[in-house]
Design a binder for this molecule. Sequence first.
Ligand code: KG4
Ligand code: ZN
Length: 344
Amino acid sequence: MTDKIILGIESSCDETGVGIVRLGADGGLELLADEVASSVEQHARFGGVVPEVASRAHLEAMVPTMGRALHAAGIALTDVDAFAVTAGPGLAGALLVGVSAAKAYAAAVDRPLYGVNHLAGHVAADTLQHGPLPQPCLALLVSGGHTQLLLVEDIAGKITEIGSTIDDAAGEAYDKVARVLDLPYPGGPPIDKMAKQGDPNAIAFPRGLTGPRDARFDFSFSGLKTAVARWVEARERDGEPVPVPDVAASFQEAVADVLTAKAVRAATELGVDTMVISGGVAANSRLSGLAAERCAAAGISLRVPRPRLCTDNGAMIAALGAHLVAAGAEPSPPDFGATPGLPV
Ligand code: KG4
Ligand code: ZN
C-alpha cells in the first residue's frame, strides 16, 4: 500500500472541524492539518449549545474551514484519497451540514466516503499523538455531550459501550455548576482554575452510583449538580458568603473521583491494561492527575491526548477514516444519513 491522504469532517456539535492525515505504508498516521471553527461564543449567553445556532454556524464555516485545511496541508481536493465524516451521534441539523458537505466533496473528486461514529473518533484522536493503540483498551470519553466507558477491541470495528451516564454528561455538570457559581460558559476551564485555590475536602458532595450494588459501569451527575446548587442556595439564604474556590474544588474532586474509580475498576475487571481518556473534560487537571495516580497504582498505562485533540475536531475523524481504510473497510453507501442517536 502506498501513502494515502484522508480528509475528515466533524460537525456534530458546535465545532466545525476539517482535519487531514497521511496514512503511511506502515499504517502510521501523520497529521497534516487540523482546522476548527467554533461557535461556542454564540452559545455562551444561553449557557449551552443552541442547535439551530450551531447548524447555521456550520453552514457558514464549512467551506472556509475546508479551504484553510487544504491550504495548511499544502494539497488540493484532488489529492484526497478518501473522506470521512461524523454521521452521529450529535445534533441532527449540525450533523446534516457535515454529511451533506462531505458527500458533495467526495462526489466532486469521485473518492470513497466513510460515515463514522463521533465517539470512536474521540478514541482515534489519541493515535495521532501516541501511535497505534494497544487493543483491547478502555476508553473514558468525557465531554459536554458524552460520558461513556468503551471497551475498544478494534478501533476499526469492535467497540462496546460498557457504561454511560444515566443523566447529565460530566461536562454538562461542569457547565451547570459554573452557572450556579456565576462563572462563565463553558464552565470546565474556570472551575478547574478556581479549584486550584480551594480545598477539595471542604464539602462532601455525593458520588452518584458508587454503591456496592451498582455493578454496571454507569455514571450519574445530576444529583451532584443539584447538591451543589442546594448547598450554594442555603449559604445565600443564610446571608453567608459562598466560598467559590472550595465549592469548585469539592465538586471537581467528586467528578474526578467517580470517573477514575469506575474506569480503573472496569479496566481491572476486564483485564485491560491500557486506558485512554478523551473529550473536552479530559483537559481537566484533577481528572488527569487522579487518573495518572490510580492507573499507576493498578498497573494500567494511561494515554491522554493533548487538549486540542481531546475537544471536537476534524483530525480525529480523519484518523478514524484512516484506520478504516487501513483495515480495508467498505465505504458507506451513497444514501447514508446523519444519525443523531448513533450507538458505538
Ligand atoms: O469535547 P468538547 O469540546 O465538546 C463536546 O461537548 O463534545 O467538551 C466540552 C466540555 C464542556 O462541557 C467544558 O466545560 C468541558 O468540556 N471542559 C472541561 C475543561 N475544559 C473543557 N471540563 C473540566 N475541566 C476542564 N479543564
Ligand atoms: Zn465530542
